[in-house]
Design a protein around this ligand. Structure first.
Ligand code: PMV
Length: 303
């Protein structure tokens, strides 16, 4: 049996626009997924109560077959443990792909050679494409790299150094949502109102440029303001919900420097930036009955 891990993630800025070529900023989380694999006569994967097996027609089984096909590997029995809620924009699906590929290749929690990292990313992309159609690749990139990265479809992964640790609080604001569905909603909105959507993407691109500078110099109040502005533009793209707006409001009233949805929206998680101490934000979310946890990204967390 071989075991491997991969990080969950939050997108700090740039989701949806990243699908259309705009760079996004993302950080890996300590929490993620752990996967055990062993050779078996036919492939299967168990995640909690759920089991999928080659030939059962499920997305999970097709994704596992696509991943193994990309790696040129034989059938395996995989068993996964999730440390994060699935379908909440926290990168569980991509982390499952990365951790499973690492386990199949016997790489533990990470690969050292560029070649092995590229194989893991290609396998995770094959896995992700079953669930998401045409993912930008940001989720798999950060699940593989950890740390803080800028990702774009044209330039791939660029490590971003942090001037100060990021005290993040993540709140699970809404029910799970489908990334594929939300990406399609934006596609349809863009077909109806191309100018509005292109202007929003241009705005997000400029927020991302400024946010990268804030990350590098450790300007957290500046970063928080940019996150708030990104949330406004995401709301304009119709991917926010009442639950997300409420959670952002709870965070800001409790002193968050900024708060926004993270991932595809339509439900799922909110990321809030605390001013040093995450405790007041955690307490406010708990009072509002919103599930939450703290996730500080250390300045040393290198991709
Ligand atoms: O998988 P999620 O919910 O974290 O969303 C990924 C981010 C999107 O930009 C909405 C989609 C993508 O492929 O980049």
């Amino acid at each position: 049996m071989t075991r491997a891990r991969a990080s969950g993630k939050v997108i700090l800025l740039g989701e949806h626009a990243v699908v259309y070529g705009v760079p996004a900023l993302a950080v890996g989380l300590d929490r993620g997924v752990e996967v055990d694999v062993e050779p078996a006569p036919t492939s299967s994967i168990v995640i909690g109560e759920r089991r999928a097996e080659t030939g059962d027609g499920s997305d999970m089984a097709r994704a596992l077959d696509a991943l193994l096909g990309e790696l040129g590997a034989g059938p395996v029995a995989a068993r996964a443990r999730l440390e994060l809620p699935a379908g909440s924009g926290l990168g569980v699906s991509a982390a499952l792909g990365v951790a499973t590929a690492r386990a199949v290749l016997g790489l533990g929690s990470g690969a050292t050679s560029a070649d092995a990292r590229a194989r893991v990313l290609a396998a995770a992309a094959a896995w992700e494409s079953v669930f998401h159609g045409a993912p930008s690749g940001v989720d798999a990139a950060v699940a593989e790299s950890g740390g803080c990265i800028q990702f774009s479809k044209s330039d791939g992964i660029e490590p971003v150094s942090l001037g100060r640790p990021l005290p993040l609080v993540i709140a699970v604001a809404g029910p799970p949502a489908s990334t594929k569905l939300m990406v399609n909603e934006v596609l349809r909105f863009r077909a109806r109102r191309p100018t509005v959507v292109e202007k929003a993407f241009a705005g997000i691109a400029s927020l991302v440029r400024n946010a990268r500078l804030c990350l590098e110099v450790g300007d957290l109040p500046g970063l928080g303001k940019l996150m708030d502005l990104n949330q406004m533009l995401l709301a304009g793209l119709m991917v926010s919900t009442e639950g997300i707006e409420r959670a952002c409001d709870v965070a800001r009233r409790a002193g968050a420097l900024g708060a926004k949805l993270t991932g595809a929206g339509g439900g799922g998680a909110v990321v809030a930036l605390a001013d040093l101490d995450p405790e007041p934000l955690l307490a406010a979310f708990r009072r509002a009955d919103i599930e939450c946890f703290a996730a500080t990204v250390s300045a040393e967390a290198a991709p």
